[in-house]
Unconditional design. Sequence first.
Length: 198
Amino acid sequence: MKLGRFRLGMRTIKTALAVFIVLVLFQWTNRSTPIIAALSAVFALRQDLTRSVSFSKSKILGNVIGAFFGLVLSSLGMFFPENSNWVIFCLPIFVILTIVFSDGIGNNMGIVSAISTLLLVSLGLFEEPNFLYAVNRVLDTFIGTTIAITINAAIKPNPKLKKRAIVEDLKNLKQKENELEKLKEKVEAELKETGYQK
């Protein structure tokens, strides 16, 4: 459905449905806040099932990595006096470790999730113990992404809409190629001005 520049597509409806199911599930099971699960469902609901599964794997793995490094960092706290500034110096090192490890295993799409989980677990911003928070964050991510994948598997896109999405993707790709070509020409011109030879 389209109204001028505004359109209501199937992905939008599926996203809203995923959030609705998360909210109902959390209300029904009396589980704590549904924020992480709802956000995970929104992020995981991609154009098609393949992309949803791929993104979900990266996000869950990222949360596991971040939870692990966050718990390691939190456990180091017992070796430092209370109210010391040890976290200020150690946390950036653990951010580096999280990024390097994630990149090393090829989980670049999950780096942001890993770092956000690392920060939340290690800074202990919640009432529940860090270990419990880490487990719940991973579990909530799993719940949200599972709901998104299930919805994407159950509600198949209209073939015409799928074709239109492919055409739009190709158009965007062509635009990016043109931008890249212009950037390449600009860099080559700047290198020529400086006298740099390939």
